[in-house]
Structures are given as C-alpha cells and as structure tokens.
Design a protein around this ligand. Structure first.
Ligand code: GMT
Length: 375
C-alpha cells in the first residue's frame, strides 16, 4: 500500500509511535510518506520506501495565527495526487483529522477516494480536544474518519464519555521494537554517571504539568535517603526549571542530572534500574513501555491507560496519583536487594514483549485494508 502518515514530528509519544509505525510498514514492503512540518525526530532513515514531505507555512504579518491546517490540507492533496497515496493515517486528532477530512473532500471533487484512519493518542482527547473551543470540530473529524483507533481501552472509554462519537473505535495499542532495546548495548557505560553502588532512577517526558514532575523529585528524595542513588531527568518542557529549583531546595542537586531532549533513550534506559511515571493522566505511557522493554521496572500512577501497560507487582507498582509515600515505599521494595531487582527487571521485559511491534502493526494493516475495500 502507499500510505501517508501525518503526525507531530517532535519528541512526544504520538510522533514517536507514528514514526516507528511508518518505518516498520516500509520494512513490510509498503511505501510510506510522512507529511508534517519537520522531519520526525526518530526518522533517521529515508529511502526508496520512506519519504518525507515538509509542510511550510509562510509567515505573513496579516495573520495573527499562521494557517497551518490550510497549508497541511493543500500539501496532503498535492502529495496524494503526485505519489498516488492510497490511504492517510493521521496521528493526533488536532488538527490532523480535520485537515485530512478537508483534503479528502477536495480529492473527492476530482473523483479520488482517500480513506482516513485517525489514531487518538491522549491529550488530543483528554486535555486539549475536549476543551469547548475545539470539541465541535474534534467530534466532527472523529465521526468523519473512515476508521478510528485509540491506543488503549482507557482512552477509548474517555473518548466515548467526552464526545458524541458515532464511529466504531478500534483499540490498537502502542508497541515497541524490542530489538532496539535488547540487542543494542553490550556495554551500558553506567560508570560515566554513577558509582557502582548507586542505583539509577530515570524519568523521561515532555516536562508538562500533567507529568507531575515534582512527584518524581520527591519520590527520588525519599529513595536517596535510604540508599545511594542518582536521578536521570530526560526531556524538555515548562516544568524543567522549577524541577531544578526544587532539587536545589531539597539539597539533592548533585544527585540529579538533567539531560534535556535526547536521541539516546535506549542508552539511558540501558543503565537505569527504575523508571518513575507519576502522571496525572496518561492514555498509555509509551515511555514506561520503552523502559520495560529495556528491563527497567516502573513505579507509576494508576491513572488512564497505565494499568494496561504496567502490571502491579509484576513489571513494577502503581499508586494513586500524588501518593508519594506509596510510590517511595514501592520503589524501595524493588531496589532493596539485587535478587528482587533482577526479578522485576526480567518481569518488566516479559510484560513489554506483549507489545511487540510485529504483533501490533498487522492490526493497522488490517484496518487499512478494510477502509480500502469500503470504497
Ligand atoms: O504525553 C504527552 O504529553 C505527549 C502525548 C503525545 O501526544 O505525544 O502523549 C500521548 O500519546 C502517547 C503515545 O500514544 C501516549 O503514550 C501518552 O500516554 C499520551 N499522553 C497523555 O495521555 C498525557
């Protein structure tokens, strides 16, 4: 198939999932066209089966807001015609599903049928999409998609609760390319960051308030009181600076490393002992799955889709949102001795195997086929 993929090209989970999906689809013989405003961060390999088409929005002083949807719609129509793209898969409803629908209608005028598959990722539903300013258009675009998928059962429930959705929603969970996390590093070089006796705790996110960054720091503060430990904070966002200030206030700044955004997530996870994800809400928690695939157990909140990924007492532990004491207690119970830590590391890997890319991508292929045969 010739598949167009629209996504956010940044470090966020939806862009990562879209990119990994496109790469895998190309390996499976499909022709994949990424259409977005920048080359996606994990898209290193462009080749005869993977193409990138940049959407540019010329700055014009009359516009207070530059019309990205319009530029994207035009680009979609042009690329579909130029490359005979058969299907569009848009990741994150806002504004991609809306722009895709407009493109579909324009192509229809020329007798071209273009099915749209929309994948809902989380904040496009739970935080942003349900806002009254967007809700009408988001509901419309979900209902006009030829197929709709959500990345967890929890997100499907939220979508049905928050929107008047008439369309069927298929749950196609996020996935992981296990080979990237298991084969890559024989030497993790953990000695560059921590002493041999120190445990390495990691958090990776976009540092937005939904991630509850202060909880990460407070849990780590409790851990380091009991055992030698270092905290690796990976990512960029508005909560990063306040987090650095909190570390200073608690007197633990020497034990916390702020990396910023990193292209070496698998390397950082390779030397991690524990991952903390205390989010307020999380449709899935791809970062937790990536950690588990690297054999890193997860201490998380029990919100949204996280319990579908992190299993209590198996791949880690889950606590109520904001329950720092419980999270700290659970973290210490995993880290307390090498035998328990090794057991959790193994169990985390086994749980991650359930989300193997090779099991999930065929589900998307089946959905594409079904929309193509509808026409
Ligand atoms: O977590 C974020 O704020 C980024 C956001 C995104 O759109 O990239 O992540 C969402 O999609 C990811 C991929 O499906 C999920 O793993 C995240 O759980 C989800 N984030 C939230 O629901 C807050």
């Amino acid at each position: 198939m010739k598949i167009g993929i629209v996504c956010y090209p940044t470090f966020g989970g939806s862009g990562v999932v879209a990119t990994e999906l496109g790469i895998e689809l190309s390996k499976r013989g499909h022709e994949v066209h990424f259409i977005t405003y920048k080359q996606p961060v994990r898209l290193e390999l462009l080749g005869s089966h993977v193409h990138f088409h940049e959407v540019t929005v010329p700055e014009y002083p009359l516009f207070h807001y530059q019309p990205y949807e319009l530029a994207l719609t035009s680009k979609l129509v042009d690329m579909v015609k130029l490359h005979d793209i058969e299907i569009l898969h848009v990741h994150y409803a806002i504004p991609h599903a809306y722009a895709a629908y407009m493109a579909k209608k324009m192509l229809q005028e020329e007798g071209i049928y273009l099915p749209i598959v929309t994948t809902l990722h989380g904040t496009d539903i739970t935080l942003v999409g349900s806002h009254p300013f967007y809700k009408t258009a988001v509901t419309f675009s979900i209902n006009k998609s030829d197929a709709v998928t959500s990345v967890s059962e929890s997100l499907k429930k939220d979508t049905l609760r928050l929107f008047d959705v008439k369309n069927h929603i298929d749950v196609v969970t996020n996935f992981i390319d296990l080979s990237k996390h298991t084969n890559h590093f024989t030497d993790c070089q953990r000695d560059l960051l921590a002493d041999e006796n120190e445990k390495i705790i990691t958090h990776i996110s976009n540092f937005r308030s939904v991630k509850r960054i202060p909880d990460v720091i407070k849990v780590f503060y409790n851990i380091q009181k009991e055992m030698p430990a270092k905290l690796m904070m990976v990512g960029e966002g508005p909560e990063k600076e306040p987090a650095e200030q909190l570390c200073r206030k608690l007197g633990i700044e020497d034990k916390v490393v702020f990396f910023g955004n990193s292209h070496e997530i698998d390397r950082i996870l390779c030397y991690s002992d524990l991952f903390i994800l205390p989010s307020e809400t999380e449709s899935f928690g791809l970062a937790a799955l990536e950690a588990m695939a690297s054999g890193v157990p997860v201490i998380s909140s029990n919100s949204g889709g996280i319990p579908e990924v992190n299993i209590q007492g198996v791949s880690g532990y889950l606590s109520n949102v904001g329950d720092i004491e419980d999270m700290s207690k659970n973290a210490l119970s995993i880290l307390k001795d090498e035998a328990t830590l090794s057991k959790f590391k193994e169990q985390a890997k086994t749980q991650a195997n359930k989300f193997d890319i090779h099991k999930i991508v065929p589900q998307y292929e089946a959905i594409y086929q079904a929309t193509l045969t509808k026409c």
